[in-house]
Design a binder for this molecule. Structure first.
Ligand SMILES: Nc1ncnc2c1ncn2[C@@H]1O[C@H](COP(=O)(O)OP(=O)(O)OP(=O)(O)O)[C@@H](O)[C@H]1O
Length: 216
């Protein structure tokens, strides 16, 4: 199990995160919601290990993890494009994709069609979906996705959800996106960040109570 506890983060004296608890088992999809600027991306970077907060406790199976990106334990789709622009996709993909999942990954039409191109030659949505696919098919046991649905069309979002479902028996997921309908649909548990604290959401009305949805 991946556990995240006691995260304290401030920027320039402004408290961003102060009371965070998330646990995520293999086979579980956690949806992370919250208003703009509440600290969702920062929290994913802290779990992955690329942002150092004032304090954190992140563990996998009770073993403290300082840098989640080491040893392929945790993979992370950042909010912005991450693939180097000047390498060809069929050189990049084998570096990220689990060799045991290669046949399935490489059979996707998106990969087949664009594998000889460079990331800069794909449309925004094509690139986002390909980047997401590479993370979903990575070796990591825990996958963090920051806005996988934001730049893709509804039908592509359906496809990504289907792939998450296909991969989720083996992996734990923490996913954030402002397309909250997709998040509600795919997640086993919803966590809201509100005033720097994580809250387990039991029903949709609580999203209104905590000021995430308007209630209209
Ligand atoms: N490097 C930084 N230096 C100073 N402030 C920062 C830095 N990174 C983020 N912040 C601030 O910390 C807060 C949390 O940012 P973060 O990107 O984690 O929010 P978010 O919940 O992902 O927002 P959004 O939904 O808009 O993407 C914001 O107020 C942001 O301006």
């Amino acid at each position: 199990m991946l556990k995240v506890d006691s995260v304290q983060l401030d920027f320039g004296g402004r408290k961003i995160l102060q009371s965070v608890y998330i646990d995520c088992k293999a086979g579980e999809v956690i949806g992370l919601l919250g208003r703009n600027g509440c600290g969702k991306s920062s929290l994913l970077k802290i779990i992955f290990g690329t942002l150092t907060p004032n304090y954190k406790y992140v563990s996998i199976d009770d073993e403290f993890i300082a840098k989640g990106y080491l040893d392929n334990k945790i993979a992370y789709l950042p909010q912005h494009n991450y693939l180097p622009q000047n390498m060809v996709i069929n050189q990049l993909a084998p570096m990220l994709v689990d060799p045991l999942a290669w046949d399935e990954f490489s059979s996707y039409p998106l990969y087949q069609e664009h594998q000889h191109k460079k990331p800069r030659d794909l449309s925004g949505g094509e690139l986002r979906k390909l980047e997401t696919l590479m993370i979903l098919y990575s070796k990591a046991n825990y996958i963090l996705l920051d806005e996988p649905f934001t730049h893709v069309s509804p039908i592509q979002a359906e496809d990504i959800k289907a792939i998450i479902r296909k991969r989720s028996p083996y992996k734990g997921f923490i996913i954030t996106d402002h397309q909250y309908q997709n998040i509600l649909e795919i997640s086993d548990k919803i966590i809201l960040i509100n005033n720097g604290a994580t809250r387990l959401i039991e029903n949709r009305e609580e999203l209104v109570t905590y000021g995430y949805l308007s209630g209209n």
